[in-house]
Design a protein around this ligand. Structure first.
Ligand SMILES: Cc1cc2nc3c(=O)[nH]c(=O)nc-3n(C[C@H](O)[C@H](O)[C@H](O)COP(=O)(O)O)c2cc1C
Length: 380
């Protein structure tokens, strides 16, 4: 049994199926499975749910899959069901997933490393993301400043010792991710979690070297990035997911993101994924198809760095448009991939591209079905 051979579309085919690379990592196409928390782990360990869920998405024909936010320390989980990578004993589960993906798929595997900050210690989304007291299995939460997410418990402002510890946790998790076999790291600096709480002036009211000016507010996020870049092999890429705007007056905005992205690029960041929002319920988001793609476009144009567009990209033509109009280099899909895990196959058929089918599913390919073929000899 062999697997893991990417199938590429000729150069004049759809952009969505054009191969590319990030450092030494070769990607068969531009489709990315966006990180999606499953809140189904116990004590941070990857289990059968994740293996089935991520396993099937790794044979989906997407070029890259990025896991849900994986917590770098127990307090960095959002809910008690978040994945973690704070202990060597957690490596095994990821290793098994990576082995599966290599053996049967061609999708390259990324891990999103994150720390929930003030948005941690809540119940699973299907239980309403309610603050959990310590008696109910919750924990102390950390943030840049003592500003609670509305309706939730107050965070403890993280001190310098705590910041050094979290930075070390990110590095240790990166080393474990390498040992597990991941191809790429995405650092989660978006959605109001710990790193974003330093960036956003709405959440950061510190009066030390990590608060106040934009340069100060970027200091801790950049410190984490620099340390992870050093801990992660030089040939493997690292991207950063940002909230390009808070969508709140007086908050973090696109101009700030551009400055941040320039600093990240100078430190060896390989791409920026442009998400938005997450600081609080007062955000006013004009949700609609491709609503965040203009942010990816602006960052790509201003910073000259690869970008990933995400957010309500559901149709193959939309994804192709994002690429042909130069808005981004990659297109990440979240809910559309849950709804239809074969989205890349269908997009390839619709746009005239090619993508990977595992040998077990060869006969499902439309050309095979049209010919009613059932014996396949393919030199892989
Ligand atoms: C169930 C679910 C869980 C998510 N978990 C994460 C996560 O762990 N990390 C993250 O950066 N974004 C997370 N997101 C956001 C998605 O990655 C994506 O940015 C968002 O859903 C918009 O893209 P879409 O319209 O294609 O779904 C999650 C989204 C969903 C629907």
């Amino acid at each position: 049994m062999t697997g893991g051979v990417p199938v590429s579309t000729p150069i004049d085919g759809p952009r969505l199926f054009a191969p590319t690379d990030l450092r030494d990592l070769k990607l068969a196409n531009r489709i990315v499975v966006s990180p999606m928390g499953q809140h189904s782990a116990e004590d941070g360990y990857l289990n059968d749910w994740h293996l089935a869920h991520l396993g099937q998405l790794s044979v989906s024909g997407a070029g890259l899959l990025i896991t849900e936010a994986v917590a770098v320390e127990p307090r960095g989980r959002i809910s008690p069901g978040c994945l973690g990578l704070w202990s060597d004993t957690q490596i095994n589960g990821y290793q098994r997933l990576i082995e599966f993906s290599r053996r049967y798929g061609a999708t390259r595997m990324g891990i999103q490393l994150g720390h929930s900050g003030r948005k941690g210690s809540v119940s699973q989304s299907w239980f309403g993301q309610k603050s959990l007291t310590e008696d109910a299995g919750g924990w102390e939460i950390l943030s840049a400043s003592r500003i609670a997410y509305p309706g939730r418990k107050e965070p403890t402002p993280i001190n310098h010792e705590g910041m050094a510890a979290v930075t070390a946790d990110f590095c240790a998790a990166a080393r474990r991710a390498h040992e597990a076999g991941f191809d790429l790291i995405e650092i989660h600096a978006a959605h109001g979690y710990l790193i974003h709480s330093f960036l956003s002036p709405l959440l950061n009211q510190r009066d030390d070297a990590y608060g106040g000016t934009l340069e100060n507010r970027m200091r801790f996020p950049l410190q984490i990035f620099r340390a992870v870049r050093e801990a992660w092999p030089a040939g493997k890429p690292i991207g950063v997911r940002v909230s390009a705007t808070d969508w709140i007056e007086g908050g973090w905005a696109l101009e700030d993101t551009i400055v941040f992205a320039r600093a990240l690029k100078a430190m060896g960041c390989d791409y920026i994924c442009a998400s938005t929002g997450g600081v609080g319920p007062e955000q006013d988001i004009p949700v609609g198809p491709l609503y965040q793609a203009p942010f990816a476009a602006a960052i790509r144009r201003e910073v000259d760095i690869a970008t990933m567009a995400v957010g309500l990209i559901t149709e193959p033509e939309q994804a192709e448009q994002v690429l042909t109009e130069g808005m981004a280099d990659f297109v990440a899909l979240g809910r559309a991939m849950l709804y239809n895990p074969r989205w890349p196959w269908h997009a390839a058929e619709q746009l005239g591209g090619q993508t990977f089918y595992p040998v077990q599913y060869d006969r499902a390919h439309p050309s095979m079905r049209r010919n009613n073929a059932f014996v396949v000899y393919r030199d892989r």
